[in-house]
Design a protein around this ligand. Structure first.
Ligand SMILES: Nc1ncnc2c1ncn2[C@@H]1O[C@H](COP(=O)(O)OP(=O)(O)OP(=O)(O)O)[C@@H](O)[C@H]1O
Ligand SMILES: [Mg+2]
Length: 255
């Protein structure tokens, strides 16, 4: 994979970067976040009070075992699901108060999200999936968005499949399309749920290097994973277990 080309794709975007708005202050503030899943018969507390800050330019790893609450936390931060209690502030926006439609518009402008289950639109080709994110945000002309989408798919080494449907490619390839789509609008913040979970270690390494490069340019990344591979390369690691942050490492890590 060559040099990351997002800059050429993104120089036409003139949105204000969240990170420019409050220098030195936390970009993301998570306070007392609780989430319980209720059904008629039972209630399950998936997040039991989460507090942390994220500063601009950080590459945070939130690591924990399966079922620890990582995806639930991602869904709260991205306003994909409603929290039960607590507050989430992103660049001054009270994310916990956003309703569905404003949340989608806010996400489109401020966040790139890589969902664990990809959420690609099955009836659209890979390139259309990436272009749709661009069109939704209105940053590019259709011709330019096609060009930029192809650039991103090339970076993810998936351009040769650009006109296939998601159902006709492998899980790891879908994961790379999901990452390309998350980067479509050059978002100031990227939230990635197991973005390397289906990738071989060489491809995972390439993706992580792209994340590092983005952070060095001032982007902020929150990545959740049950894989300790990149433990040393995050700017900060938070451990999560049973819906709470903990000082207890959840995996053996080399000292
Ligand atoms: N919609 C739901 N209804 C009820 N319980 C749920 C729901 N979604 C998740 N849970 C439960 O909440 C807990 C946390 O789930 P979550 O998906 O956040 O874990 P995770 O850390 O992302 O795990 P993994 O590494 O396997 O992706 C689990 O016990 C799970 O069974
Ligand atoms: Mg998960």
């Amino acid at each position: 994979m060559g040099v990351f080309k997002l800059t050429s794709a993104s120089t036409n975007i003139h949105h204000r970067r969240i990170s420019d708005l409050e220098p030195g202050k936390p970009l993301i503030r998570i306070r007392g976040v609780r989430k319980s899943y209720k059904s008629a018969a039972s209630e399950f507390l998936a997040l039991a009070g989460i507090d942390f800050d994220v500063f601009p330019g950080e590459l945070i790893g939130i690591l924990g075992k399966s079922g620890a609450g990582k995806t639930t936390l991602v869904n709260m931060i991205t306003a994909t699901d409603h929290l039960t209690a607590g507050e989430i502030w992103v660049g001054g926006v009270a994310v916990h108060k956003l309703r569905e439609n404003p949340a989608a518009a806010w996400r489109g402008k401020n966040l790139g999200v890589v969902y664990q289950s990809f959420h690609l639109i099955p009836s659209l080709s890979l390139i259309q999936n990436v272009m749709l994110a661009m069109d939704f945000n209105g940053n590019y002309t259709p011709l330019r968005s096609r060009e930029c989408a192809l650039d991103l798919l090339s970076e993810m080494e998936i351009a040769e499949h650009a006109y296939k449907l998601p159902g006709d490619i492998s899980g790891g390839q879908q994961q790379r399309v999901a990452i390309a789509r998350a980067l479509a609008n050059d978002p100031p913040i990227l939230v990635a749920d197991e973005p390397t979970g289906r990738l071989d270690s060489a491809t995972a390494d390439t993706i992580f290097s792209i994340f590092e490069k983005l952070c060095s340019r001032g982007h902020t990344i929150l990545m959740v994973s049950h894989d300790p591979s990149f433990f040393r390369r995050y700017s900060r690691v938070l451990w999560i277990a049973d819906g709470k942050l903990t000082d207890e490492p959840q995996f053996p890590v080399e000292e």
